[in-house]
Structure formats: structure tokens, C-alpha cells
Design a protein around this ligand. Structure first.
Ligand code: NAP
Length: 489
């Protein structure tokens, strides 16, 4: 792979939805950081597009605000970065203004073109058709699709078909920002760059895997979208299954995009079905009630929906299994939710206990070895080991984490996942993006769970905001004699 600090070829990045939350909070700051790192050449352009009637200077002022302290700390670099930025007011659904937009993009025919669709997916087809009409899909041209890619298999296929009429699969980058996180790439380095782990990475040595993505936030501004989606569609079908694939896939023959994605696809296809026959045993869905979050009283989900009725789940815990030789019998426990006690995303690989203890009970319990990969808030890896408690007084055992917090260990600022991923699009490297068949396979697995829930007519179980979800989620793992990982285990 290209070292992170090499400049990329000049590009035009058009952000449809350039005034939206994602663009302002994530994409533009990510681009600024890469500019400061020297990776974006001055011949590049970043063009925001939305309906709001701004001119270039108005948009630059918005971007400067979005950069906040980074802009005030680096005033000259901020001015130089803003000089690359422009804006075009356009309605994706109307023809007006597109001639001028096409002419603007056409001014730099040699630049790589990236069209980042940071809008609701309902606009994808309008935008792509117009890009196609003006021939902007030709040559070194790419389109980036934000999640959600559909709400089920049929709607995902429709989006992919619509986009696919204009952009070839090789030009289409379905972004899942979890895959751009340092820790996820470090999982590849740990698994395939060390002789230590891979021989143990199977059902003979691994007891189970846990993947947790916990948020403290409630609905916020996303009520309209979220209530139609729910936690399974918003988190499990995409981010969490992608993480599961990175843990479970076979070693790819190389890091070439299709080698990696072929292996992930095999995992998705090997997931055992969860449907009407077993969903009640293998899944728990919840919805938060009023409670406390980070020391503040917070309303329940239905109150946030203005007292509306909803059976949308804000929490899911489930037990997945991969039906292949490597993983048969190893549970993968997945858990995600809103209004949980802390914001944390982590993968826990729990190894089997030692087969026989030579120690007497009085020296302390032998705990499982665990590899804990934390994606947020602080990316890092901990390997939990048993050692002798240092000092005199006889042999006592202690379970301690071997800690590798990257930022401290290597003295580097953690790049945001979007920094890496946007430049991967410019470089034409789709390894960390989802291929169409992966999205389809993920929906094929998630669809029957949603159908089973809908058919059961049971409402989601209530949980108090600020707790770890319904008690049934604890029971789900404890029935198997295991517990959810806590950092002070
Ligand atoms: P948002 O804040 O609602 O922004 C939507 C953007 O689209 C605005 O710039 C809006 O500007 C523009 N837009 C709306 N209708 C348009 C039209 N007809 N023609 C042209 N532009 C139009 O949404 P967001 O939070 O940025 O999210 C964008 C997409 O990314 C969504 O699909 C979301 O699910 C996904 N996503 C968001 C996040 C996040 O952290 N926000 C994370 C992951 C995925 P005007 O109204 O001025 O046109």
C-alpha cells in the first residue's frame, strides 16, 4: 500500500451535500488534515454542492468555521486550503445550473474526479443520472456512496442498479468508515504480520468473540432517519458485520482489493441464518426509556420522537455463528445501542482457558487471555495476560493488559478514518470499501432477522438510558457461561 504521507495526484472532489453535517463535521476537516500533511497538491479542487444559495466565499467561511481551532492554529495553511475550495448551488432534482457545474468540472480534464454523495440515498439516482448525462462519469472518475445502502436487499439492489447504470463497479466506493480506522488495519497487521496469532486464530483456541459499538447519544437530529432504520440496519448490517469479517476472514493471498473482499464475502455467506425459528433465542432488541446519561437526566426514545409510537430498536444484542471449519461452534456476540453508559467500540477476542492449572486456588484465578482491539474513543490494542504479581510474599497471579495505545506509543496523532478513506478513493484503492456482493450478502443475513422481529409482534424490551441495555442482553451471553467484557476484568 502507498505510504500515507505521499502526495496524491491532483483531484477534483465534489461533495454533494457539502453543507451537511457529515461534510462539515468530518469530510472537510479530514481533507484539511491531509492538506496540512502535504498530501493534497495545489492543483486539486474541493467543490461543495447543495441547494443553499451560497457563493464560493460564503462556503469558504462555513468551512473555516468547521475547521475551528485547527484553522486558527494554522492560519496560512488554512488560507491556502480554502483557496482550493469552491461551491455550486444545485438541486440534485432539477436541471437548472448543471450546465455551469459540468463546465466547472470540465476545466481540469486531467484531474481525478471524485463525486462524494454525502446526501440522503434518495438523491443518488438523480445525481448519478445527471453526472452521466454530462459525461462526468468518464475517465478517472469515481463515486463515493455513504451509508445507508438501502433498508433491505431489494432497496439496496435498486440503489446499486441505479448507480451502476452510470458508474461501473470499479468506480463505485461504498464507504464504511469503520474500515478506515487504524485499529481495524492494525488487526490485519497483527493477524498477518506476526507468527504469533494466526496459529491460534480458530475454534480450537478461541472461545468466543465480542463486538461492541456503544453510543451515549440519543436520537439527536437524526430522528427521521433513525426511526425508519433502527440499530440493526444502522450499525449491525454494515459496520459490525464488516468488523466481524475482518476478525474472521481467512488470510487473503495478498492485500489486493479483491483478494481481501473475496475473503470477507466468504465470511458473510457462511453466517448461519437467524430467522423466525431462532431469532427469539439468538437476538435481543431494546428501546431506551428515560434515564441518565453522563450525569444528566435524559428523555426516553419515544419522548424524543415527540411522544410518538415506535417499535424501532435502539439496542441489539445477538449471537452469530460462522458455519465453516475455522469457526464452527465459536459464538460471535454483537452488541450495539444508543444511550449506553459509555461511548466505546471494541472487538474482544477471548481465548480458551489453559487446559490444566498447575496453580493452587490460593494464588488467584486463571483468567482467559483476551485480545482487545479498541476503535473508539482511544484507538489501541490490549493483550490480557496472566503474570506473577511482582514482589516478595510468594506466588500470586495477576491478570494484566499489555497495552499498546498507539498515539502514546508512536507519538502520532490518530488520523480520522475519513482521512485515509478519501485519499484511498483518489488513489483508486477500493480495498477498504464494500463491494456490491458484500452489501447484498449482509442484507441477505440481516433481512430474516428483521422479518422475524416484525412477525413476532413483540415490542422491543425497555432499558433505562445509561444502562447496558435490557437484562436479556446480559442473559444472552451469561446463559453460555460468559460475560460481556469490562475493561477492568
Ligand atoms: P444532512 O446534514 O441532512 O445534509 C444533507 C445535505 O444534502 C445538505 O448539504 C443538504 O443541503 C443537501 N441536500 C439535500 N437535498 C438536496 C438536493 N435536492 N440537492 C442537493 N443537495 C441537497 O445529512 P448528513 O448528516 O450530512 O448525512 C448525509 C448522508 O450521509 C446521509 O445519507 C447519512 O445517513 C449519511 N451519514 C451521515 C453521517 C453523519 O455523521 N452525519 C455518518 C454516516 C453516514 P441543502 O438542504 O442546502 O440542499
Amino acid at each position: 500500500m502507498t505510504p500515507a504521507s505521499l502526495p496524491v495526484d491532483p483531484f477534483d472532489l465534489v461533495i454533494f451535500g457539502g453543507t451537511g453535517d457529515l461534510a462539515v463535521r468530518k469530510l472537510l476537516p479530514a481533507l484539511f488534515h491531509r492538506y496540512v500533511a502535504g498530501q493534497i497538491r495545489p492543483a486539486s479542487r474541493i467543490i461543495g454542492v447543495a441547494r443553499e444559495p451560497l457563493d464560493d466565499d460564503g462556503y469558504r467561511a462555513m468551512v473555516r468555521d468547521a475547521l475551528g481551532k485547527a484553522a486558527t492554529d494554522l492560519p496560512q495553511q488554512c488560507d491556502d486550503f480554502l483557496a482550493l475550495i469552491g461551491y455550486r448551488p444545485l438541486d440534485a432534482r432539477k436541471d437548472e445550473g448543471w450546465d455551469g457545474f459540468a463546465a466547472l468540472v470540465g476545466e481540469r480534464p486531467d484531474n481525478i474526479r471524485v463525486f462524494y454523495l454525502s446526501t440522503s440515498p434518495e438523491l443518488f439516482v438523480d445525481i448519478c443520472e445527471r453526472l452521466g448525462k454530462y459525461g462526468l462519469n468518464q475517465g478517472a472518475s469515481r463515486v463515493v456512496l455513504e451509508k445507508p445502502i438501502g433498508r433491505d436487499l431489494a432497496s439496496a439492489n435498486k440503489i446499486n442498479d441505479d448507480v451502476g447504470r452510470v458508474f461501473a463497479e470499479s468506480q463505485t466506493y461504498r464507504i464504511d468508515h469503520y474500515l478506515g480506522k487504524e485499529t481495524v488495519q492494525n488487526l490485519l497487521a497483527l493477524r498477518f504480520g506476526n507468527a504469533l496469532f494466526e496459529p491460534l486464530w480458530n475454534a480450537s483456541h478461541i472461545d468466543h468473540v465480542q463486538i461492541t459499538v456503544a453510543e451515549t447519544l440519543g436520537l439527536g437530529r437524526r430522528a427521521g432517519y433513525y426511526d425508519r432504520a433502527g440499530a440493526l440496519r444502522d450499525m449491525v448490517q454494515n459496520h459490525m458485520l464488516q468488523l466481524l469479517c475482518m476478525v474472521a476472514m481467512e488470510p487473503p493471498a495478498s492485500l489486493s482489493p479483491d483478494a481481501v473482499r473475496d475473503e470477507k464475502l466468504k465470511v458473510l455467506r457462511a453466517l448461519k441464518p437467524i430467522d423466525g425459528d431462532n431469532a427469539a433465542q439468538l437476538t435481543v432488541r431494546g428501546q431506551y426509556r428515560a434515564g441518565a446519561s453522563e450525569g444528566q437526566s435524559v428523555p426516553g426514545y419515544l419522548d424524543e420522537l415527540d411522544g410518538g409510537k415506535s417499535s424501532t430498536e435502539t439496542f441489539v444484542a445477538l449471537k452469530a455463528e460462522i458455519g465453516n471449519w475455522r469457526w464452527a461452534g465459536v459464538p460471535f456476540y454483537l452488541r450495539t445501542g444508543k444511550r449506553l453508559p459509555e461511548r466505546v467500540s471494541e472487538i474482544v477476542v477471548a481465548f480458551k482457558p489453559v487446559p490444566h492449572s498447575i496453580f493452587e486456588g490460593s494464588v488467584g484465578a486463571l483468567a482467559q487471555n483476551k485480545l482487545v482491539l479498541r476503535l473508539q474513543p482511544d484507538e489501541g490494542v490490549k493483550l490480557w495476560l496472566t503474570i506473577k504479581d511482582p514482589g516478595p510474599g510468594g506466588l500470586r497471579l495477576r491478570h494484566v493488559p499489555l497495552d499498546m495505545s498507539f498515539a502514546e506509543a508512536f507519538g502520532v496523532q490518530q488520523p480520522d478514518a475519513y482521512e485515509r478513506l478519501i485519499l484511498d478513493v483518489v488513489r483508486g484503492n477500493p480495498t477498504l470499501f464494500m463491494r456490491r456482493d458484500e452489501v447484498e450478502a449482509a442484507w441477505r443475513w440481516a433481512g430474516p432477522i428483521l422479518a422475524a422481529w416484525a412477525a413476532s409482534n413483540e415490542p422491543p424490551r425497555p432499558y433505562t438510558a445509561g444502562s447496558w441495555g435490557p437484562s436479556a442482553a446480559v442473559a444472552l451471553i451469561e446463559r453460555d457461561g460468559r460475560t460481556w467484557h469490562e475493561d477492568n476484568d
